[in-house]
Design a protein around this ligand. Structure first.
Ligand code: GAL
Length: 651
């Protein structure tokens, strides 16, 4: 299924009809509208204008298009901001109020805003909730984007103090849990607690982790109340939310996804790759600047599928150059089609393009659309047309995905702990997780993402690149699991309140693997050292833990001969950052022990399996011949995958 994001309020009424007809002509079924239109439906407090909206929905509906309505709460209008003095959030780095004039200018702790957001959402959902053409709802837009999870406002601080009181009960317990005796940081009562920002030097990591968890809870509260409201007034309609890349949200994404019918994702492979690889590893995307790194989008698709517990949607797909990254290249011809098919291969049910027509004014005037601003057809039109034809060749109805055998375990605490206490500049949670993921994908493996609470029974190999805070329930689940587990460095290294475990790292993991971390060093990224594994030399870099191997078996050693990787029964512990080459060899050998088939794909090729199909995607500029497919029945393409193209065959 295909769709598009559309803003009738940006265009003269005279072209709405033609727009709807052209959407139909292109084979689109879904149109998302509404998520930024608050000032047009309620231009003044309590004065509503629905005539234009009613009409535009009717025009779309008359063409058989199905509407997804976005609650417009990401853009509170000026009159509302002026009416209350607590809606705008406060920047945690400067303490300055963030102003009106763009979007997401609201504080999750403002009770006034929460009430107003629910009010406007209720007005809309009561009016359109039972409208036949409005088949689903999107909550807000990209919650927590633009660094809006954390705020240092008085309202946020007050709510945080209450949150602390509920969690720790007495101030003595909080002081003890956070270690506030250090540097005389002790509080006498909950009202004395400050936000953990703008101090002279670093603030207590336990305080920061608590503020992070609290802020995430505030986003989730806002979201849960919006979902409940829509459920009440739009029975039988789906509710989704368009997530941004998990590394950018600052919230517990698993908790945020609860209550939705499915999760959606906004896919901007070029803009986002440019930000993700903007540091020392820029070279990794040098050749992929017009395609996106071959594992980048799917890294998020697979996470979104995990959040969604099944099929997901792409609510926004980049159709050409965007306007907001440091550099905004054009996609190579073929990439809009390829990205769309990658999404379907990884479990998408629908892909919607953002946006229908390039807008000639305001912030996003340099952002491509399916149409140019003079309504002529841009490249994305023709590629969406190809996707429509591709989809006719495929039956993606069911089952969505095979029972994958390999999973990566991820969680919000891992991201927060390693950001709050980076310890060495070389350590970056997402880069570490991405490296593990990319190695698995280059072995042709389908990968699921799971959390500590997941059911692990379907998996044979589960990899936790960084799991500092571990629950007792999780340890229990591991003990009952026959899967092979791999834990990366830092796992088990913190208590719930950001202290070192009394029995040393890896803390609770010691009940699974008898070993201790004696010390941790971080070094410059370029100072790589030899690591010995299975008779070969690899490298370790950036982060190295000194281990007491105890009764565990030593699988790999550092340059100086001391243990770098340990194994005890089905549990493995990697104590350092390692090269991509090592990860591939290591995972390959573990998979072979588990009889999980792997295939080393050519550098620019990626495989994905969905239902009865295997997809091969070529991110390179040359046609590539695939091995061992001569006897396959091809549904799209052939054994020679064209540059920036794809082939699909029956398994
Ligand atoms: C998304 C956002 C859209 C639009 C788009 C531009 O993150 O949801 O509203 O701004 O980016 O690429």
């Amino acid at each position: 299924m295909l769709g598009v994001c559309y803003y009738p309020e940006h265009w003269p009424e005279s072209i709405w009809q033609q727009d709807a007809e052209q959407m139909k002509e292109l084979g689109l079924q879904y149109v998302r509208i509404g998520e930024f239109c608050w000032s047009r439906i309620e231009p003044e407090d309590g004065q509503f204008d629905f005539a234009w909206l009613d009409k535009s929905i009717e025009i779309l509906a008359a063409q058989g298009l199905k509407v997804i309505f976005g609650t417009p709460t990401a853009t509170p209008p000026k009159w509302l901001i002026d009416k209350y003095d607590d809606i705008l959030p406060v920047d945690v780095n400067t303490g300055l109020t963030r102003g009106f004039g763009s979007r997401r200018h609201y504080d999750y702790s403002s009770e006034n805003y929460l009430r107003e957001a629910l009010r406007i959402s209720e007005v809309l959902v009561k009016r359109y909730g039972k409208h036949e053409a409005v088949v689903g709802w999107q909550t807000d837009n990209e919650l927590s984007c633009h660094d809006t999870t954390l705020s240092a406002s008085p309202a946020a601080l007050k709510a945080f103090q209450t949150w602390c009181e509920q969690r720790y009960k007495t101030i003595e317990a909080l002081n003890k849990a956070w270690g506030n005796v250090f540097w005389s940081m002790e509080y006498n009562n909950f009202q004395q607690i400050e936000v953990p920002f703008m101090a002279v030097t670093e603030t207590n990591p336990a305080h920061r982790l608590a503020y992070q968890r609290f802020s995430s809870d505030q986003v989730i509260r806002f979201h849960r109340l919006t979902i409940e409201l829509i459920r009440e007034h739009a029975p039988g309609k789906f509710i989704t939310h368009n997530f941004i890349p998990m590394d950018d949200t600052d919230v517990d994404n698993f908790a945020l996804a609860k209550g939705l019918d499915f999760v959606s994702f906004d896919n901007y492979p070029l803009g986002r790759s440019d930000l993700f690889f903007s540091g020392d590893d820029r070279h990794k995307i040098a050749k992929y600047q017009r395609t996106g790194h071959p594992d980048y989008s799917s890294y998020f698709f697979d996470q979104v599928r995990g959040l969604s517990m099944g099929d997901f949607w792409i609510m926004e797909q980049q159709p050409g150059p965007v306007n907001w990254a440091q550099n905004n290249p054009r996609p190579e011809n073929g990439m809009v089609r390829l990205w769309s098919l990658v999404a379907f291969a990884h479990g998408a049910e629908c892909v919607c393009y953002f946006r229908w027509r390039q807008i000639p004014y305001a912030q996003e005037q340099m952002h491509a659309g399916v149409l140019r601003n003079d309504s002529s057809k841009a490249r994305a039109w023709f590629e969406a047309q190809e996707v429509f034809e591709d989809l006719k060749q495929l039956d993606l109805s069911s089952p969505a995905l095979p029972e994958n055998r390999v999973a990566i375990l991820t969680d919000a605490d891992g991201r927060w702990v390693s950001r709050i206490e980076q310890q060495g500049v070389a350590y970056d949670f997402e880069k570490v997780e991405f490296a593990y993921y990319s190695a698995l994908r280059q072995l042709g493996l389908n990968v699921d993402f799971v959390s500590q609470e997941s059911d692990f029974s379907q998996y044979d190999l589960i990899i936790a690149p960084c799991l500092p805070v571990i629950s007792d329930e999780f340890i229990f689940a591991c003990k009952n699991s026959s899967a092979k587990w791999i834990f990366g460095p830092r796992s088990g290294s913190k208590t719930l309140d950001f202290n070192l475990p009394e029995n040393l790292a890896p803390g609770k993991l010691q009940t699974l693997i008898p070993a201790k971390v004696l010390s941790v060093e971080t070094t410059h990224k370029d100072l790589q050292e030899v690591m010995h594994y299975a008779g070969k030399e690899y490298t370790s870099w950036g982060w190295r833990e000194e281990l007491d191997a105890g009764l565990s078996q030593i699988t790999a050693t550092y340059q100086n001969g001391s243990p770098a990787i340990l194994q005890h029964q089905n549990i493995n512990y990697i104590a350092c950052l390692v090269s991509d080459e090592f990860l591939m060899d290591y995972f390959e050998s573990l998979c072979s022990e588990l009889s999980i088939p792997t295939v080393r794909t050519p550098e620019d090729i990626r495989l994905a399996r969905r239902g009865q199909y295997t997809f091969a995607f070529n991110y390179g500029n040359k046609a590539t011949e695939l091995d061992n497919v001569a006897d396959k029945e091809f549904v799209i393409g052939s054994g020679s995958v064209p540059a920036y193209g794809l082939s699909v065959w029956i398994n």
